[in-house]
Write a protein that binds this ligand. Structure first.
Ligand SMILES: NC(=O)c1ccc[n+]([C@@H]2O[C@H](COP(=O)([O-])OP(=O)(O)OC[C@H]3O[C@@H](n4cnc5c(N)ncnc54)[C@H](OP(=O)(O)O)[C@@H]3O)[C@@H](O)[C@H]2O)c1
Length: 338
């Protein structure tokens, strides 16, 4: 198989930071699928993992955890897929990534490819859709029936995760959605996906809500800059509300500030299930199949925004560069392998 890997300990603009290399195609065992990758998406986790690799890697570390492709071979305990099946998945951060022609992935975290989409449109979705689904329905425990009409504030609405979170909160749970976005393009994108209101995360959010006559959000989903927004979310959340963050913090924050409101705070990390091999790992297979069904029925749409070309040293570098700027709208995808 061929892959693009990070050589370790080099800045992004070092010409040798990424290299193309070959290695033996792995043989699937147990519940693993060997997947031939057709398209991959890039996420901030790619550059965060890259930045954490300080020492030279041999072989180079294959990054990227978001792909669509075809099952080429299966392990002896595989139950859910057969060779030839089209699939989409995010994978497991403790294993080799998807910037390659082939990858091994546990079938319990793989979904059936949406029938109405091509590989490029489908590859845009798995990592962000798993994150948004788990945040909304597993961590915030939003009940699509009981919580219809309730209000959610989604901070960082136009990014990869926000783009699918807005759609799921609207189409699955019928919520009133306030999305944050700081530019005309990102605000328009949020509105096109179903946000009822947009406010700017670089301005006073409480003042903007007041000015628009919008009451306290019952739920807050923080998808960006959790340190910057912590106090705002604590002040804004409705009594008995819930806040979920998918981004970590560098500063210490005081959870006691939520006590008088009996409000809760919870984390979402979409690699938890595969990293800890939790007993309910297969929930990611189920939720990806549900995402595929929603796409096929036209309830939600792909979040693909930009196709950068094939997986190559230059295109992977460019994708990292664009993501590091922190102002992507929707998703960047690479198709095929150069
Ligand atoms: N825990 C998990 O499982 C998990 C999963 C996926 C992602 N993540 C993390 O979640 C974050 C978002 O991921 P993503 O894929 O959505 O990233 P992304 O696509 O790169 O997000 C870009 C968006 O962030 C917005 N943004 C920039 N500065 C902001 C600020 N100060 N406050 C609020 N929003 C701001 C931008 O909006 P404007 O251009 O309008 O300013 C832009 O639309 C990343 O840190 C990523 O590593 C965590």
């Amino acid at each position: 198989m061929r892959a693009i890997g990070y050589t370790g300990g080099r800045p992004l603009d070092d010409p040798n930071a990424f290299v193309a290399f070959e290695q033996d195609t792995p043989v699937p065992m147990g519940r693993d699928l060997l997947i031939r990758i057709e398209a991959v998406s890039v996420n901030p986790v790619d550059f965060k993992v890259r930045e954490g690799i300080a020492v030279p890697q041999d072989p180079p570390r294959i990054l990227g955890w978001d792909a669509a492709g075809v099952v080429e071979a299966v392990g002896d305990q595989v139950e859910l897929f057969q060779p030839g099946a089209r699939v989409f998945y995010a994978g497991d951060i403790t294993r080799a990534g998807s910037d390659a022609t082939h990858q091994l992935v546990d079938e319990r975290i793989v979904g059936q490819h949406p029938k109405n989409l091509g590989f490029v449109e489908a590859a845009a979705l798995p990592l962000t859709a798993i994150t948004a689904w788990e945040a909304l329905f597993s961590r915030l425990k939003i009940d699509p029936e009981a919580d219809a009409g309730k209000r959610i504030l989604i901070i960082g609405g136009a990014g990869g995760v926000g783009s699918i979170a807005i759609q799921l909160a609207k189409s699955v749970a019928g919520m009133e959605i306030i999305a944050t976005a700081s530019r005309e393009e990102s605000q328009a994108w949020c509105a096109s996906l179903g946000a009822d209101h947009t406010i700017d995360h670089f301005e006073d959010m409480a003042a903007q809500l007041k000015q628009k006559g919008i009451g306290a959000p019952d739920y807050i989903l923080c998808l960006s800059h959790a340190d910057q927004h912590f106090l705002t979310t604590v002040n804004l959340i409705a009594p008995q509300g819930m806040i979920c963050s998918i981004v970590g913090t560098k500063q210490k924050h005081d959870l006691d500030l939520l006590k008088s409101k009996s409000a809760g705070f919870v984390w979402e990390f979409m690699f938890t299930r595969s990293m800890y091999q939790t007993a309910d790992m297969i929930e990611q297979h189920r939720l990806l199949n549900e995402i595929a069904r929603l796409l096929e029925e036209g309830e939600i749409r792909t979040t693909l925004k930009q196709l950068l070309g094939p997986v190559s040293v230059e295109n992977v570098r460019e994708a990292h560069r664009l993501l590091e700027q922190g102002h992507c709208v929707g998703k960047l995808v690479l198709e095929g392998f150069e």
